[in-house]
Design a protein around this ligand. Structure first.
Ligand code: SF4
Ligand code: SF4
Length: 248
């Protein structure tokens, strides 16, 4: 019998015997492919609640496993191991160990939201993917993803000045993620900007990179945003049973 959804079975759980005879019948090789019995010893009964407590994960309980999200997914089309429907299933069942085994690809969601439009139950799978990536980081299973580092650099400028200076965001992002600033696509982008943007705008951008202008009367708004972000981070950690001191 064919093994359905073979891609969901871990290679180490597929066993093939080179030489095997059963009741006098030679079933060596492909014919003796078996799936090792699955043994789950470690449930996290609060896993769905933990994901639901994070922004984006609120409606995970609505999922009825139709698979439309995975079918529509941009990343799944390139890598069948990237499977939002499967991860939502693991979360709802509380299979934390199994979920963590895919920690190195879960963060690769590109936030295209195709899954969100395909979902008949308004689960917002893209939000669930974000919440799951955030959960992995908060639980210490993964270092901060490049997307999270970019978010932090972007947000810190908004908090500080109420404005965004793209060059500074990119410089700091590349420095923190250990990437060279001289990437082909970035060089092409800068060349395009230099040739197509009006000189007055380029001069304005150059001056902004030197003087870092702030939005007028920004202090009160900045303090309110900083307070909200701190409260939100502490709430997230509390929902996951973590101490709030780790919140930045
Ligand atoms: S938002 Fe993420 S999970 Fe949804 S379709 Fe796009 S890549 Fe896939
Ligand atoms: S499309 Fe929605 S209901 Fe269907 S599996 Fe994905 S999240 Fe669940």
């Amino acid at each position: 019998m064919p093994i359905h959804e073979k891609s969901l079975i871990r290679p180490e759980n597929l066993v093939t015997h080179e030489h095997l005879e059963l009741d006098g019948i030679d079933v060596s090789g492909h014919w003796s492919t078996f799936i090792e019995s699955r043994e789950i010893t470690d449930y996290n009964e609060a896993l769905q609640d933990e994901i639901a407590a994070l922004p984006g994960g609120e409606f995970i309980h609505r999922c009825w496993q139709c698979g439309s999200c995975t079918n529509a997914c941009t990343v799944n089309a390139l890598n069948p191991d990237f499977n939002p429907r499967y991860w939502i299933y693991l979360i709802r069942m509380g299979f934390e160990d199994e979920l963590v085994r895919d920690k190195d690809i879960i963060w690769q969601c590109v936030s295209c939201n195709k899954c969100t439009y395909a979902c008949p139950r308004d689960v917002f799978p893209e939000g669930v993917m974000k919440a799951t990536s955030h959960w992995l980081e908060l639980k210490g299973y993964t270092p901060k993803s490049p997307a999270m580092v970019f978010d932090e650099e972007f947000s810190s400028q908004v908090f500080a000045t109420g404005k965004i200076e793209d060059g500074k965001v990119l410089r700091r992002f590349f420095a923190r993620t250990g990437q060279s600033l001289f990437q082909d696509w970035l060089i092409a982008l800068v060349r395009g900007l230099l040739t197509q943007l009006p000189v007055s705008l380029l001069m304005k951008m150059g001056l902004a990179s030197v003087f870092h202008p702030r939005t007028r009367n920004w202090d009160a708004a900045s303090a309110a945003i900083a307070e909200y972000v701190t409260e939100r981070k502490e709430a997230d950690r509390r929902a996951l049973g973590l101490d709030t001191q780790g919140a930045e």
